[in-house]
Design a protein around this ligand. Structure first.
Ligand code: SF4
Ligand code: SF4
Length: 314
């Protein structure tokens, strides 16, 4: 099916993106696995989600590592639930003095108000808020989600709201989507990835489920098209990619050239910096060393496909 004008704005292949924001390197920084939610489809197990948080160093030492590299970083802060990280606001304040951040959150935290009041929105590339509806209902969190998304937007932050399409959600999704949209929070469907309830996603979505997914992705694109065109560079985590690219299978780019190690790295909770996956250690934030690669090299991993699309050499 041909793309609508709004879809053409919200999904531009990275090879065609000409405007780039002023950063040298991006990191997918997994601060910890701990989360206040227990989504059945989460790739962390219950033990990891409930783990006691341990930090590899104080927030000042962590933040100063990035200053000392002499590079400008875009740090994608994720977890777990990053707002639970000890000293998270102070970490964000330190990082945004010289660098840029983006955040992946369930937007359930009471700390979001202080964040909105104290952090410089110009240094926050985007905030991706996942609704995680089954847990949201269990924890009576709908009003907090709508309130926090609205609060962040009103404070000048760029916010995307998405919903992981748990197969159990499809029968009620239409009603749910409208309930949020009527309050100004338009949910972008996000594909489930990996094993879930004895099946493997996205491969095991039915054709009917895929069609519904695409219908709501198109509706959401109408809402977000202006936001995307004002930004220039799309957000690294762009759920509008899921419909065209990730709704049938999980991509496998092993063997392709990729800028990972040079323009992109992954940082794990212990501060270890990997080129991408766990086999290739190239630094440690807490220990203060980083051996940046000098150019592209062959992919040997199967990791988060949003970063693959951004950093794979076409
Ligand atoms: S909110 Fe995210 S990190 Fe937390 S349980 Fe759900 S999927 Fe996992
Ligand atoms: S293509 Fe993806 S999985 Fe492979 S190295 Fe690059 S970012 Fe990592």
């Amino acid at each position: 099916m041909a793309q609508t004008p709004a879809e053409r704005v919200t999904f531009v292949p990275w090879s065609q993106v000409t405007f780039r924001r002023p950063y040298d390197i991006e990191a997918d920084w997994v601060l910890m696995s701990t989360c206040n939610y227990r989504c059945a489809y989460c790739f962390w197990d219950a033990g990891a989600l409930g783990a006691k948080i341990s930090t590899p160093a104080g927030t000042d030492r962590l933040a100063s590592f990035f200053d000392r590299t002499g590079l400008t970083w875009l740090l994608h802060l994720t977890g777990g639930e990053p707002f639970m990280y000890p000293g998270f606001l102070s970490l964000c304040a330190s990082l945004t003095r010289r660098h840029h951040i983006s955040i992946n959150t369930n937007a359930d935290s009471v700390r979001i108000r202080s964040f909105a009041e104290t952090i410089d929105a110009k240094h926050v590339d985007f905030i991706h808020c996942g609704v995680h509806e089954q847990q949201r209902q269990l924890k009576s969190g709908k009003e907090r989600f709508i309130g926090n998304v609205t609060l962040l937007r009103e404070a000048g932050f760029q916010v995307l709201a998405s919903c992981v399409m748990d197969p159990l959600l499809f029968p009620e999704f239409d009603e749910m989507w409208h309930e949020y949209a009527d309050r100004g929070v338009v949910l972008i469907p996000k594909a489930l990835r990996g094993p879930y309830a004895g099946r493997d996603y996205p491969r095991d979505y039915s054709d009917e489920e895929r069609e519904l997914f695409l219908t709501y992705s198109r509706r959401a694109a109408e809402f977000y098209a202006g936001w995307f065109s004002r930004r220039g560079e799309p957000p690294s985590i762009n759920p509008f990619m899921d419909g065209p690219l990730f709704l049938r299978d999980r991509p496998d780019y092993r063997g392709d050239l990729c800028e990972a190690g040079n323009r992109f790295v992954r940082i794990m909770p212990d501060g270890a910096i990997y080129r991408c996956g766990p086999a290739d250690l190239i630094g440690n934030v807490a220990e203060g060393w980083f051996e940046r690669r000098q150019g592209p090299s062959r992919c040997a991993e199967k990791e988060c496909p949003y970063f693959c699309e951004k950093y794979r050499v076409p």
